[in-house]
Design a protein around this ligand. Structure first.
Ligand code: GRF
Length: 210
């Protein structure tokens, strides 16, 4: 495996790895992670960032006294400049807050090669399908359209591709004949909420090697 992935340091309950969780929406994954961290773990959520001021997860973070920041997209015309300027701002915040691991939890923006180069091995994502099958933004729709009998979720390290980095763990879910996108999503999320904290435990305790 490529050695350009630099994994996070090994955390302890006394000195947990500081997570920056990126969200765009409701934040049910964030909520379950915060709940999991109510007792001391080898990781702790110390920062939540969203490009969406209405993201429910920002409120969840505030209620739990976690620094929650809306980082809006800059109002400039050039699309690649928007991404770069936005990520520069985020990078400043991550440095200021001594973040150690970026956890994408329903973050709907693609991370640029620039930010990945700074964090490679220390950005994880959860995707609602069994990768490498059904990457992209419409996994449940695509699973149902393909008539698959099962689906699931995947936690992986983020590389320069879309949903392509090294897989750290997966959970499997049965697809039912009468499933809708919503019913499948709900059932997969139950597994996501168990899988993500467990993989973060592994990653932040040194039990994952590439
Ligand atoms: C999750 O299904 C995650 O896999 C996907 O986006 C969803 C986020 O849900 N990337 P929530 O905001 O945590 O409720």
């Amino acid at each position: 495996m490529s050695s350009d992935f630099l994994l996070p340091r090994i955390g302890t309950k006394e000195n947990p790895v500081r997570l920056a969780v990126f969200i765009s929406g409701g934040g049910s994954g964030l909520q379950s992670l915060i709940q999991y961290q109510k007792i001391p773990r080898v990781h702790i959520t110390s920062l939540v960032i969203s490009e969406n001021n209405n993201a429910g997860g920002l409120k969840i973070a505030e209620e739990n006294e976690i620094l929650a920041l809306h980082v809006p997209l800059p109002q400039i015309k050039n699309k690649s400049e928007i991404r770069l300027e936005h990520e520069k701002k985020i990078q400043q915040i991550l440095e200021r807050e001594n973040s150690e691991l970026i956890v994408l939890s329903g973050y709907m923006r693609i991370i640029s090669p620039w930010l990945i180069s700074k964090w490679k091995g220390r950005i994880v994502n959860i995707h609602p399908s069994l990768l490498p099958n059904f990457p992209g933004a419409h996994a449940h729709r695509d699973v149902l359209a393909a008539g698959s009998n099962f689906s699931g979720c995947t936690v992986h390290l983020v590389d320069e591709g879309v949903d392509t980095g090294p897989i750290l763990g997966q959970s499997r879910v049965i697809v039912r004949a009468n499933d809708t996108i919503k019913s499948l999503q709900d059932r997969v999320k139950i597994e996501e909420h168990k899988l993500y904290p467990r993989i973060l435990d592994n990653l932040c305790s040194g039990s994952i090697s590439l």
